[in-house]
Design a protein around this ligand. Sequence first.
Ligand SMILES: Cc1cc2nc3c(=O)[nH]c(=O)nc-3n(C[C@H](O)[C@H](O)[C@H](O)COP(=O)(O)O)c2cc1C
Length: 385
Amino acid sequence: MKPAYNIWDLREQARRRLPKAIFEFIERGSEDDVLIGRNVEALRRIRFSPRTLRDVSSRDIGIELFGRKRATPLIIGPTGTADLLCHRGESAIASAAAGAGVPFTLATSSTTSMEDIARIATAGMWMQMYLWERRDLSWQVVERAAALGAEALVLTVDTPMWPNREFNKHNGMANPIRPNLRLARSFLARPGWMMRVLARYMLAGGLPRFANYPAEIGGTVSGPVNRVTNSASVCWDDVAELKRRWPNRLLLKGILNREDALLAAEHGVDGIIVSNHGGRTFDASPASIEVLAEIVDAVGQDLTVIFDSGVRRGSDVLKAMAIGAHAVIVGRATLYGAAAGGAAGAARALEILAEEISTSMAMVGVTSLAQLDRSYLRADTVPGL
Ligand SMILES: Cc1cc2nc3c(=O)[nH]c(=O)nc-3n(C[C@H](O)[C@H](O)[C@H](O)COP(=O)(O)O)c2cc1C
């Protein structure tokens, strides 16, 4: 792997190695593609109020989450495409997560079976769900994950329909994926990727298939769109039903206001993920960090509040935690790493973030993340304060 000193270096390496259609699939959002930049910018605008002349020579970047001590405040978010970035990318990221003591969330639309991931993700496997129109099929996935002892079920609630990702259509990467000239051109422009990734799958029998869908749904990545999104009829009754069926921690991912956060608490879930899906689903949503404070104020005492969308620096993690988040999910950071260098690249992404978290703690004047609160931030730079 080439040297990478920050997440942006890994992103640039990913851009150079991946076919444009695949890089843009992980990188871009929907419609006018405003929200991804807004997520990053809104985090950047927040400024610390660093404390000084404290002994910060020994720092602990660990947290306590759901009754377990964790090595870092990071969790790997669900992303269904990692196997296209490098050969067996999902396993690569899961093993990097295990090495760093970080829980790994497997997407419903993943191409590695949850049984395989459960063996690799030794620091915790979380399972992400979309609920289909045929709820009975979704319950089959839930039962399979429960039988494996998945620590948490993450119901993604921000995708009632397939998002309007026009750039995918321009790239020939529309959903469902169908072979076409534009896609072929994009692949041919990256012969290294074709050899390292595509050829290996083809020699082993073909492109990765969805590995966690019930047999009745089928497994090809070129099937109907509604396999990979929630049914548009999913509602709070389904949350109540999941609560009855799921024995372990239940989290809702994609909460963006206090009203839904309060409803989540009423429905007895264990936690919520304040997320706009990394800016991928609805371009007119707020940056997640812009709504974090109001949500923490509403439910932060009752629920575990996890933050995601736009984290590229360790200092971003500290900002979210100072506002009141209990942990932070990363999506693209480890995808860039996997594209740049497989498991070693994903591990490098986590290492960079861990080092930056530790350095930022020293700069801000804390030795444990539990010491962070809003007094470490310039209130005039924090949205909602
Ligand atoms: C390529 C890609 C695929 C994703 N797939 C899913 C998914 O299947 N389910 C889901 O809940 N979130 C999905 N996400 C969103 C991530 O879990 C996470 O919320 C987001 O990436 C966080 O923002 P960040 O990439 O800026 O860190 C995906 C994100 C990316 C980049």
